[in-house]
Design a protein around this ligand. Structure first.
Ligand code: DQA
Length: 144
């Protein structure tokens, strides 16, 4: 089973950016934690991060050709603006879980809309890095 973990803008700055909101774990630490957990539950995981909307769309389209079984996506700020990312997910039709490190539902009004959430079959918020592990568990359970 192949899962692609996609992270959007500024997630590469984890550990540096607003640690009181996003925690002190760095992006590389996070990849290590997710990678080790995936190995433990026998999921083949790959990662993609970009600060550019079109690059995220390309990564979603490539997931189709790579026969990826499940996508875990934290679109970061593009969550709240990107119809292009929503359309890409609909185009490839791959089972998707949306993850946010912070509890977006308790934050500013402009974070209350999620375009990706209109496609994702599950959304996990406010669990920090653990949210990605919960998403892996969910996909492992769903895709058999
Ligand atoms: C985020 C929440 C978004 O509102 C924000 O723009 C991010 C990160 C999160 O993981 O909590 O960059 O997606």
């Amino acid at each position: 089973m192949k899962v692609l973990v996609i992270n959007g803008p500024n997630i590469n700055f984890l550990g540096i950016r607003e640690p009181e909101i996003y925690g002190k774990t760095t992006y590389n630490d996070m990849l290590k934690i997710i990678g080790e957990y995936a190995e433990k539950i026998d999921v083949c995981v790959s990662f993609f991060q970009s600060n550019h909307e079109g690059a995220l769309v390309d990564a979603i389209q490539n997931a189709y050709y790579d026969k990826i079984d499940g996508i875990i996506i934290n679109p970061a700020a593009y969550t709240h603006t990107s119809v292009a990312i929503l359309d890409a997910l609909k185009a490839v039709g791959i089972k998707t879980v949306e993850v946010h490190l912070s509890a977006v539902e308790k934050r500013e009004d402009f974070r209350q809309i999620s375009y990706v959430g209109k496609y994702a079959e599950k959304t996990i918020t406010g669990q920090g890095v653990n949210g990605y592990l919960q998403a892996l568990d969910y996909l492992k359970e769903q895709i058999k």
